[in-house]
Write a protein that binds this ligand. Structure first.
Ligand code: PMT
Length: 414
């Protein structure tokens, strides 16, 4: 999930760095937006280094930019508003609170506040007299009335030399407010979830391999969501370009044989196994020791790899839930259901990868959650939202009678 931290210009701006780190500890993808005044207190570089993302502070491209660059910048800004799952402003100065309360959008942060539909959390910090001023209190009241979550300042010695209310709230309190706004659930606490992600590679020679188009995004989104919901997560990942999710045990592998070895090694402790990886079904019988030369037509003999999902199912212990994925390009439900029954998993998450804009390498996906007796369709949505929906379905497998069949579910007989 993506959280945007808005930093406005107060002495407590430096504490936003600690907040960024604390949010990342909850497997959140943190982006930072700064006001011009905030840049007087902390360098944007601090935040871009911590987050790995560009810090946005201006509505416009700096310097004499071409109109196209300004347009691209505007699109980037709209995107920031649409894709964030929460906006937390810490520290929020008196001026920022006033702008938010009065709908003034004259910089990127105040524009983002008006444009986003995500939950907003503000943690004010300022001089005690400014905080207690009737104007500031009225603005805070207005914002609270508009469902902005206020994390009130603490009391103590202030940078201005005075003592009283106005200190930025403790980082833990701000993080708690953000997690509460994200509808944080702890329903996977006590569970160990083993997830596979990415596409395995089978070497042909020292420089070439047989691979597939999996980016790992679906598996990583599941790992982040499961971790956020309190699970201990083991992520067994084939090569991807993604940043490892925080607080997950990450086991990198390359080949199907390595993935099998890692899965069997960690499988015993897992209460839930989710096999989102796109695993090679075949590998070359022989691997050339040196780079192969182009000599003319070439035939490569392949042998089937081990079916890790089927093997895990055959070794399962009571109570373990095992869920596979399936990527199909035709007759998706028929082939997916066949895979479910043949491999003996509790459920299969079915991707129709022939559809544009979803499946492999996209940030979005549309899937069907298939069990022995029904098929539940999830419309196209962000993989990180879908991850939570898939986890809800998996947990519901433990309570088969608790979940009614919905109107859109297809029910299988026999
Ligand atoms: O990674 P992304 O770019 O985000 O894309 C997501 C995805 C499309 C890769 C993912 O959502 C997905 O569909 N993964 C499964 C792809 C796949 O390999 O499907 P399959 O139908 O070939 O395999 C069925 C199941 O058996 C899978 O759970 C697979 O992990 C498992 N399998 C397959 C072959 C094998 N030798 N061993 C296995 O365990």
């Amino acid at each position: 999930m993506k959280v945007t931290v808005g930093v406005s210009g107060g002495i407590a701006a430096y504490k936003a760095a600690e907040l960024v780190r604390a949010l990342q500890q909850h497997a959140l993808d943190v982006h930072v937006v700064m006001t011009e005044a905030a840049k007087q207190f902390v360098q944007p570089l601090t935040f871009s280094a911590l987050t790995g993302h560009k810090v946005i502070s201006s509505l416009w491209v700096e310097g004499d930019a071409e109109p196209e660059a300004d347009l691209a910048s505007a699109i980037e800004h709209i995107d920031a508003a649409q894709t964030t799952d929460a906006l937390v402003v810490a520290p929020a100065t008196a001026s920022t609170l006033a702008k938010f309360a009065h709908g003034i959008a004259d910089d990127f942060l105040s524009t983002l506040y008006l444009a986003t539909t995500a939950p907003v959390i503000v943690a004010p910090s300022m001089n005690v007299n400014m905080w207690q001023h009737a104007a500031t209190q009225a603005n805070v009241e207005t914002l609270a009335g508009r469902h902005v979550r206020i994390v009130p300042p603490g009391s103590g010695y202030l940078a201005c030399g005075m003592t009283g209310e106005g200190r930025l709230a403790e980082t833990g309190a701000i993080v708690e407010a953000v997690l509460a706004s994200l509808n944080h659930r702890n329903d996977l606490s006590g569970e160990t979830v083993l997830i596979t992600a990415g596409g395995t590679r089978e070497a042909l020679d020292p420089v070439r391999f047989l691979g597939n188009r999996s980016s790992g995004k679906m598996g990583y989104a599941l790992a982040e969501a499961a971790e956020r919901r309190g699970a201990k997560v083991v992520l067994i990942t084939a090569p991807t370009a993604l940043r490892a999710p925080a607080r997950c045990e990450v086991v990198p592998v390359i080949t199907t044989a390595e993935m099998r070895h890692a899965v069997l090694g960690h499988f015993g402790d897992a209460s839930i196994v989710i096999k989102a990886a796109a695993v090679a079904d075949y590998r070359p019988v022989e691997q050339a020791e040196q780079k192969m030369k182009r000599t003319g037509p070439l035939s490569i003999q392949l042998e089937p790899t081990e079916d890790i999902l089927a093997e895990v199912v055959s070794r399962r212990r009571a109570g373990q839930l095992i869920v596979g994925f399936a990527a199909e390009t035709e007759n998706a439900v028929v082939y997916g259901r066949d895979k479910l029954l043949r491999k003996g998993a509790d459920a299969i998450v079915l991707n129709d990868v022939s559809r544009e804009g979803v499946g492999f390498d996209s940030d979005r996906n549309a899937v069907t959650f298939l069990t022995r007796d029904k098929a539940h369709d999830f419309p196209e949505m962000r993989k990180r939202d879908l991850a939570d929906r898939i986890l809800d379905e998996i947990l519901a497998l433990r309570r088969p009678h608790a979940k009614l069949v919905t109107e859109t579910d297809r029910v299988f007989e026999g």
